[in-house]
Design a protein around this ligand. Structure first.
Ligand code: NAD
Length: 484
């Protein structure tokens, strides 16, 4: 299946933090891939803006290296790289001072789409917004892209929204949650709303429970000090997992339009019940033979920050009352695997008697690795052994189904940046959504802080603390295996 590539309008994209880690690993290689795919018009410019004293040639050399390192060899082509590099420029800019703003103002054109990617620490977002405005660089049509984290609680998120709102309208602000750029995550909406099959069953009458797992094998070493101020709840649940939960739980928007989709997501967040302490398990990984413990990685021996969290979440509305959503995420777990599993109820009556090996239907949506979906169904075990049942997967790997030889699914950042240029905010978080998510998260964190809760230790490369298993056993349910 060959996907159609529709070029975007000619643009000037300024990447503040253009020499940073995110730009090097994701943004710039992603732009190269979109260029090669024919999506970026020749008249477009990509302008790196950061503190380093570089010229265009220096920045181009930096980007060439990033492409070499982060674009697979089969997608690289020396001639295409050379043509791509001609679109790159660089201005040395100080977000907190006056350096570079005049030069940037001269370089940027007012008659093409203008986008400013804030790939810098959030403490600089306000400075950038103010200077873009004060130096008359931004226009009422320019777009700004802001990275995570968007605040660390409701108060700071509100303050950030207010600062950005001083200079930009909500329709100009693109808050990135790169999970929303994943092919599978968007497919969740396609599966739900472009097929008649699932939606009639998509409710508390037919869904027993939902599991959302985002498991990583890596620890926090290297960014331990940063992570220790945040923890799994702030780093993963408030944003990425909340977005996944919303897409599973939301009502059908009246059309696939940015505000229609975001209105429905917001309603889900507002319907979330407060979570009681018995429904939360926090953990910290222990050392293994070859890897350090969480407190050692975080360089904080007394740390009470969680590197793992599991929660039971209830959505209090007509569709979902009585169907729990179990969320689990952590570092140093058994495998790098992210999955949403919709576990359906058992049939009301089995005409086959008490068959051993009988399982409920599960729709599993894998985000990584190998994006795809599997629907487990029961069939008759082949052969003459009578009417014995067995579970088989109806498997759809996107790589196989959509790619030529194992697929070329665009990275989330590629898709999202192209959406910014197209002016489509559907896959970006709106300010009120972020605030509602913090309003739900804050009391949960305040609850464990008030009682001085200490996370439970768990073995590195395990499935998390024992107590997390109990969270489901208690309800006579089981977590799905964390496996690649
Ligand atoms: P980084 O520290 O690697 O890079 C920071 C960039 O900001 C550099 O280019 C630096 O020159 C520039 N900068 C710093 N101070 C400046 C100033 N006063 N004026 C102008 N430029 C200045 O950071 P990063 O890892 O690339 O992260 C950037 C943003 O993306 C952060 O908000 C981060 O939270 C977010 N983010 C990063 C990742 C990641 O994988 N790196 C993932 C998700 C979100």
């Amino acid at each position: 299946m060959v996907s159609r590539v529709i070029p975007v309008e000619t643009f000037d994209l300024v990447i503040f933090g253009g020499t940073g880690d995110l730009a090097r690993r994701k943004i710039l290689p992603g732009l190269y891939r979109r260029y090669v795919a024919g999506q970026i018009p020749e008249g477009s410019r990509i302008i790196g803006a950061a503190r380093a004293e570089l010229d265009d040639a220096g920045f181009r050399a930096f980007v060439a290296e990033a492409i070499e390192e982060f674009v697979p060899a089969k997608a690289r082509d020396a001639e295409a790289v050379a043509r791509f590099l001609e679109h790159l420029h660089y201005v040395s800019v100080d977000a907190k001072g006056t350096t570079g703003w005049k030069e940037l103002g001269k370089l940027i054109r007012k008659d093409v789409v203008q986008a400013f990617y804030f790939s810098v620490a959030p403490s600089l977002f306000g400075d950038l917004a103010e200077r873009l405005h004060g130096n008359k660089i931004a226009t009422p049509d320019s777009r700004i892209v802001v990275e995570k984290p968007f605040g660390r609680d409701l108060e700071s998120a509100r303050a950030l929204n207010a600062t950005l709102a001083e200079h930009f309208a909500e329709s100009q602000i693109y808050r990135i949650d790169h999970y929303l750029g994943k092919e599978t995550v968007q497919n969740l909406m396609a599966v739900r709303f472009a097929n008649i099959l699932f939606e009639p069953l998509w409710n508390a009458r037919h869904v027993d429970h939902v599991q959302i797992t985002v498991a990583e094998t890596v620890g926090v070493g290297g960014r331990g000090a940063y992570y220790d101020r945040s923890g799994a709840m702030r780093d993963m649940v408030q944003n990425h997992m909340m977005q996944l939960l919303c897409l599973i739980a939301m009502e059908a928007p009246y059309q696939f339009d940015p505000d229609a989709v975001r209105d429905e997501k917001l309603k889900v967040i507002r319907a979330l019940e407060p979570v009681t302490p018995e429904d939360i398990v926090r953990g910290q990984y222990r050392a293994s033979k070859d890897t350090a413990s969480y407190p050692a990685d975080a360089e904080n021996p007394n740390s009470t920050t969680e590197s793992f969290i599991a929660l039971k979440v209830e959505v209090a509305n007509w569709r979902w009352k009585g169907t729990p959503f179990y969320l689990r995420t952590g570092k140093r777990l058994r495998a790098r695997a992210s999955e949403i599993a919709i576990v359906f109820k058992e049939v009301p009556h089995s005409i086959f008697g008490d068959e051993e090996g009988w399982r409920e239907n599960v729709l599993s949506i894998r985000l990584q690795p190998n994006e795809g979906m599997t629907l487990s169904v029961m069939i008759k075990e082949p052969g003459p052994g009578g009417m014995r049942l067995t579970e088989v997967p109806l498997d759809m790997s996107f790589a196989e189904a959509l790619g030529e030889d194992g697929a070329d699914i665009p990275d989330a950042y590629e898709r999202l940046i192209m959406d910014v240029i197209r002016g489509n905010q559907t896959l970006f978080m709106r300010g009120d959504e972020v605030e509602a998510a913090w309003a739900w998260t804050d009391p949960i964190i305040a609850g464990w802080e008030a009682k001085g809760d200490k996370p439970k230790g768990y073995d590195a490369f395990s499935s998390g603390p024992e107590d997390a298993l109990m969270l489901l056993h208690r309800d006579a349910r089981r977590w799905r295996e964390i496996a690649e």
